[in-house]
Design a binder for this molecule. Structure first.
Ligand code: ZN
Length: 708
């Protein structure tokens, strides 16, 4: 039976009964979703009934789901008993072929999927995991370890509304088409294993301190530290600015704007006080400013951080919930800020769906003027896997969203509506006044049409002019200076990174690369991908390399110490950006993953050799005057969530104290911390026994090393 026919049976149950009698021995199709929630949505659309915890079954379809990754790359000891021990002489660990392993905690779900795949009546698989690199990997690894050899198709959707799911099932694609996406995903995972595990072990063993490094997190950290160094070296300078009034108008001295010599200030103000000036020129320019582009994930994270102080991770989880749970926004993990031309017909229903509350009058406004879309909205060449984040067009109860979900939805909805508004247009006027041989400048802006700024907030303005009306001013006119004033200022160091600015730097790390040839090769390559950047920042915070101070991200002394011992090659954004670019090429089928991994292996071996042979010293920065209450040694200060924490520099001692919460949590681990450790262990250790914590593991490893 044709799949399309099976599908129509499921989608229109009325005709199901008759076909059922004809097709006695019909084979079923197994659909694998990434998460239970999406699996259940698909089951509902396909009229399948939920059976127990792990799957749903209907007439033609069996639907099941992963719980994120169910399979991972096997840990070192899986290859070689010797590798269980953390020891310098065992490094680098470079397996000939990487092996897979079922993740212990979710083994039950994997076994269930494998059983379903082994059923005689399953004839075909539809991969319905998230439409991206990681989603592809989730499904392929399951199919590989289950030994599935049958046909596979791919469901590729950008919204999880019922309509989108139905349309996706009518437009299933051959799985083959996504082979290179899988190769890129696998290469990414293997590269992270090789670099992360080897470098972390090498540093930890060499310096007797838990130091983790990674392919993306280390260069990101080095960007933060570079700024910190610039700030430390910065010497502030005093300067003065001069302003004058003629009636209601303000004039500024611009050449130079800042005067660094105090003795000049008096001379200049004296000369300006001499009374009358003459208007040299009055220049008017009509200017327009088009609406900003639609949101991709990075831009949405930046904007939400600027406006609401949301962390990148918080924004991602809100966007994920609006996509998956409420079904009101499209797929968030996108790096495109455009729509495809075949979406044009969907725009009207999407706009109409926003006819409520504060958007009602905006929608009305668009309807009166008609929907026009330009190249800044629709551009097929600038959409690869997913289009920009926009509303799905699903009707919903806005009041059911949480406060933060409302805020994020509002950003996306307003930006989406704004693109149907005309440019902002205004008249910018600049006038020059000459007095005693010096020039003073006045600038004015007169708004003609607010355009899209009526709907979406304008956060970046390129005109820093005062809103003053210069329309009465005439060339040649004489004006009397009424008041001259000066202000003292001080030059400021470059600001610390916020999540918004760091995301920008990770997206475009080119500016940190000096070599022009290298610049060319890594053009458009970033650190990590939009989908992973939030997690990288969180990881740096979790590992005590970075602290949040309000909106600012501040590297800790631990970060400083780490970067002193990490080989320059790994700390530089250039290498990672180059790798990321190659992964993108693999994804597009333009490069072989094998070649890339050979290079990664070579890099790994070289970096490990560097660390082994290095004579650099690791100098943890101790808190002055503080002593460990257990061993009497130095301690360092780190931030644990909202609390400061003192940690003994000797990890084998393990002493830790929360000075702001005396007695409460000293030396005990909170539940959250424990589960984090479990995750870290899964990633970085060989002992899968979740009852031991990472500290103990490290301790064991170090003790063994000492025995030798
Ligand atoms: Zn101690």
């Amino acid at each position: 039976m044709e799949l399309s026919q099976k599908l129509s049976n499921s989608l229109w149950p009325a005709c199901v009964e008759s076909t059922r009698q004809i097709e006695g021995s019909m084979k079923k199709t197994l659909v694998i979703a990434e998460k239970p929630s999406v699996g259940k949505d698909i089951a509902r659309v396909l009229n399948a009934e939920i059976k127990g915890k792990g799957h749903a079954e209907g007439q033609s379809f069996v639907i099941t789901w992963a719980l994120g990754h169910l399979i991972e790359l096997a840990e070192p000891s899986f290859y070689n008993k010797e590798w269980q021990r953390w020891a310098l002489e065992n490094l680098p660990m470079i397996p000939e072929r990487m092996k897979l392993r079922v993740i212990k905690n979710t083994r039950g779900q994997f076994n269930l999927i494998r059983k379903l795949l082994q059923r005689d009546d399953i004839g075909e698989v539809i991969v319905a995991t998230d439409a991206g690199r990681e989603g592809e990997l989730v499904a392929r690894w399951i199919l590989i370890l289950s030994g599935w050899r049958g046909p596979v198709k791919r469901l590729w959707i950008s919204s999880v509304t019922d309509t989108a799911i139905k349309e996706g099932f009518r437009d299933l694609r051959p799985s083959r088409k996504y082979d290179s996406l899988f190769y890129a995903a696998r290469a990414r995972a293997e590269a992270d294993w090789l670099i992360g595990l080897n470098v972390t072990r090498a540093l930890t063993c060499k310096y007797n301190s838990p130091l983790n490094a990674g392919r993306v997190q280390t260069p990101t950290l080095s960007i933060l530290l570079r700024r910190e160094k610039e700030r430390a070296e910065f010497v502030p300078k005093d300067f003065w600015t001069i302003e004058a009034n003629t009636g209601a108008l303000f004039w500024q001295m611009r050449q130079p704007t800042r005067i660094f010599d105090e003795s000049e200030v008096g001379k200049i103000t004296d000369s300006l006080n001499e009374g009358k000036g003459k208007v040299l020129t009055v220049e008017q320019k009509e200017k327009t400013k088009p609406h900003p582009l639609l949101y991709d994930l990075t831009e949405l994270q930046r904007e939400a951080n600027k406006r609401f102080g949301f962390s990148a991770k918080h924004t991602l989880s809100l966007a994920q919930s609006l996509y998956e749970r409420h079904k009101v926004l499209t797929y968030p993990r996108t790096d495109s800020r455009y729509l495809t031309s075949d979406m044009q017909t969907t725009l009207l229903p999407r706009i109409e769906s926003l006819r409520f509350g504060k958007y009602d009058s905006i929608v009305g406004d668009i309807m009166t003027h008609g929907i026009k879309v330009g190249k800044r909205v629709v551009n097929d060449k600038k959409v690869t896997d997913h289009h920009a984040i926009i509303p799905t067009g699903e009707r919903f109860d806005f009041e059911k969203l949480t406060l933060d979900e409302k805020k994020l939805f509002d950003l996306v909805a307003r930006r989406f509506l704004a693109v149907f508004f005309p440019d902002k247009s205004y008249i910018s006027t600049q006038a020059v006044l000459e007095i005693s041989g010096r020039k003073l400048y006045a600038q004015g802006i007169e708004l003609k049409d607010a355009g899209w700024t009526k709907v979406d907030m304008e956060t970046e303005t390129d005109e820093d002019a005062r809103f003053q009306n210069l329309s009465q001013l005439k060339q040649g006119e004489e004006l009397t200076i009424e008041k001259v004033s000066y202000k003292k200022g001080q030059t400021e160091p470059p600001p610390r990174y916020t999540e918004a600015t760091l995301l920008g730097a990770m997206e475009n790390p080119m500016r940190f690369v000096k070599d022009p040839e290298l610049k060319k090769t890594i053009k458009n390559a970033g650190l990590g991908t939009p989908a992973t950047r939030a997690e990288i920042i969180e990881k740096l915070i979790r590992n005590y390399y970075v602290e949040r101070e309000g909106k600012n991200l501040v590297p800790t002394s631990k970060a400083e110490s780490l970067l002193e011992v990490v080989p320059e090659e790994l700390a530089s954004p250039a290498l990672t950006a180059k790798w990321e670019k190659r992964l993108a090429r693999i994804e597009r089928g333009r490069e072989r993953a094998g070649k890339f991994l050979d290079d990664i292996k070579e890099n790994t071996a070289r970096i490990v050799k560097d660390i082994k042979e290095s004579d650099r010293e690791y100098t943890p920065r101790a808190v002055p005057g503080m002593k460990c209450e257990v061993c009497g040694g130095p301690v360092m200060e780190v931030q644990d969530g909202r609390y400061r924490k003192y940690v003994c520099l000797d990890r084998q001692c393990g002493f830790e104290k929360y000075p702001d919460r005396p007695g409460q949590r000293d030396r005990k681990k909170g539940r959250k911390e424990k589960s984090m450790e479990k995750q870290m262990m899964n990633k970085f250790s060989d002992n899968a026994d979740a009852s031991t914590n990472l500290g103990e593991l490290l301790k064991k490893a170090l003790e063994e090393k000492k025995k030798k």
